[in-house]
Design a protein around this ligand. Structure first.
Ligand SMILES: Cc1cc2nc3c(=O)[nH]c(=O)nc-3n(C[C@H](O)[C@H](O)[C@H](O)COP(=O)(O)OP(=O)(O)OC[C@H]3O[C@@H](n4cnc5c(N)ncnc54)[C@H](O)[C@@H]3O)c2cc1C
Length: 470
């Protein structure tokens, strides 16, 4: 890995993006309804060509975009990131028909995407997910290896002793037998969960770089061979719940992770592309501390077929992990952007605010605190850039670097924003103040896409893996 510094062209592009965000995105964000998808904002991101870059940029470029947008307009940053999270599985694993139907609309901002993994009973322990994909009979193609034949296999599974009870449970209970290894390693990339392992391993081997991601089927965890032939022959019904899904219930389509093989942990999950207008799919908005659009989804026997599968049947965790591997450092970039905005506000405020016959900045404790905020923000930024660069280069230590970057950046941003509030005093807590906004925004990234404790688990696991190898 080279010593890190941005090229002048990259620095210039970041400045340009911040200016665009101030001028064209912030006014639209201010007109939006907190907690709801802001379609004019998404469309403007499309018009500016930023959404298309989600599919053509490397991880570092993605981080620079997210950091720059976050500094000027967190709502725009989040709208961009959520389009990427929801649509990346289609980009990397979709069939030509799925890609053609959805990716141009995502890029122009006319279709809103969402990534539906979490459930009430399966958050950090995502391999415990219980949304059931139950095979149903089809009227054609019963030949060996056809969709109907595969449905027969699925039916046999669900009728195996104990399987019915298994599929009728929900949430974390549903993955109990045989899934422990998968559950422990979903976020950690450890042994035992084939899906998670494949996700991490593909990064280690350098197959998950965005250059790979640009080509369908060549990105992280991309299918080596399609199992569900996209001829519509295999059919399932999705039944269960998803919770804390960004952009739900207003998204136009969802990448949904569902259990096709009961009791198989991470190995028995399939990713489906589910258009929002499928019968049986309903949702409700959730009101969060931040203005983040988010909701819960209810699936009441929602029909899906082989045409809707993303990647391979029972290998959906590769899809999820490949997506999260790419996005994890960029959550850190979002955090760095917020920290930078808080730092700049604090510099401006403490330089002007009269106190004790001088300015606040003349108090040594204030000046040293501001220095500490800047120090930590820069350290986090460098770690984010390094993790993203490692991803782009296909370095072997991406899981550790990505986890370190996300952990350091999100925890740092929390410290910096909180300290900025302190140094601003009461005005920072007034509704509508930048810091009041950032204070609400900064909290969630320490929880989503792997909570801080989960990142520590990943880092420790990777460190000990190296010890065992030497
Ligand atoms: C704003 C926001 C947006 C979100 N968007 C999406 C989305 O678009 N799609 C989606 O699928 N999900 C989304 N989520 C859900 C998110 O991924 C989960 O909240 C996250 O995985 C944690 O799950 P949980 O909330 O159920 O917490 P739990 O898994 O119950 O964990 C609670 C706490 O337990 C501790 N903990 C958990 N596991 C460990 C461990 N292994 N070691 C040590 N401590 C641990 C941590 O402190 C953790 O915060 C979003 C969440 C938020 C807040």
């Amino acid at each position: 890995m080279p010593a890190f510094s941005l090229e002048p062209s990259q620095t210039a592009r970041c400045a340009e993006l911040r200016a665009l965000a101030e001028e064209r995105l912030r006014p639209l964000a201010e007109k939006g309804e907190p907690g709801r998808v802001n379609r004019p904002l998404v469309a403007e991101l499309g018009r500016l060509g930023l959404l298309e870059r989600l599919f053509t940029s490397g991880a570092l470029d993605l981080c620079l975009m997210r950091e720059s947008l976050a500094q000027a307009c967190t709502e725009a940053e989040t709208a961009l990131a959520l389009q990427g999270l929801g649509a990346h599985p289609v980009h990397a694993h979709g069939t030509p028909a799925q890609r053609e139907r959805w990716l141009p609309a995502v890029s122009e901002g006319s279709a809103v995407a969402a990534f539906a993994l979490s459930e009430p009973g399966a958050g950090s322990d995502a391999a415990a997910l219980g949304l059931r994909a139950e095979g149903e009979p089809v009227g054609r193609g019963a030949a060996e290896g056809s969709g109907a034949a595969r449905w027969e296999r699925g039916r046999a599974d669900s009728e195996a002793p104990g399987a019915r009870a298994e599929t009728q449970r929900s949430g974390s209970e549903s993955a109990a037998p045989g899934s422990q290894a998968g559950r422990e390693s979903v976020w950690q990339g450890a042994e035992g969960a084939e899906g998670a392992q494949a996700g991490w391993e593909s990064v280690r081997r350098g197959a998950a770089g965005p250059s790979a991601g640009r080509e369908p089927g060549s990105a992280a965890g991309a299918p080596a061979r399609p199992v569900a032939v996209p001829d519509g022959a295999s059919r399932w019904r999705l039944t269960g719940e998803k919770c804390w899904i960004s952009n739900a219930p207003e998204a136009d389509f969802y990448t949904v992770f569902a259990r096709t093989t009961p009791g198989a942990g991470a190995r028995g999950v399939t990713a489906f592309l589910v258009p929002a207008d499928r019968p049986g799919l309903t949702g409700t908005a959730l009101d969060m501390l931040s203005p983040h659009p988010i909701g819960a989804l209810a699936f009441d026997a929602v029909p899906v077929s082989a045409d809707d599968v993303l990647g391979e049947v029972d290998r959906g965790f590769r899809v999820a992990m490949g997506t999260l591997n790419l996005f994890r450092p960029s959550v850190g970039a979002f955090a760095v952007g917020m920290a930078q905005a808080a730092l700049e506000a604090t510099l401006a405020h403490t330089a002007r605010r009269d106190a004790f016959g001088g300015k606040l900045r003349d108090l040594q404790s204030v000046a040293h605190t501001v220095a500490e905020m800047a120090l930590r923000t820069d350290a986090a930024r460098l770690m984010v850039y390094a993790a993203a660069t490692a991803y782009d280069e296909g370095a072997p230590d991406v899981p550790k670097r990505a986890a370190m970057a996300k952990l350091l950046a999100t925890e740092t941003a929390q410290y910096v924003v909180d300290t900025a509030v302190q140094l601003h005093g009461a005005r920072a807590l007034q509704r509508g103040h930048l810091l009041e906004h950032l204070y609400r925004e900064v909290r969630a990234p320490r929880i989503y896409e792997g909570a801080s404790e989960v990142q520590r688990g990943i880092i420790a696991k990777e460190l000990y893996a190296d010890v065992e190898l030497s």
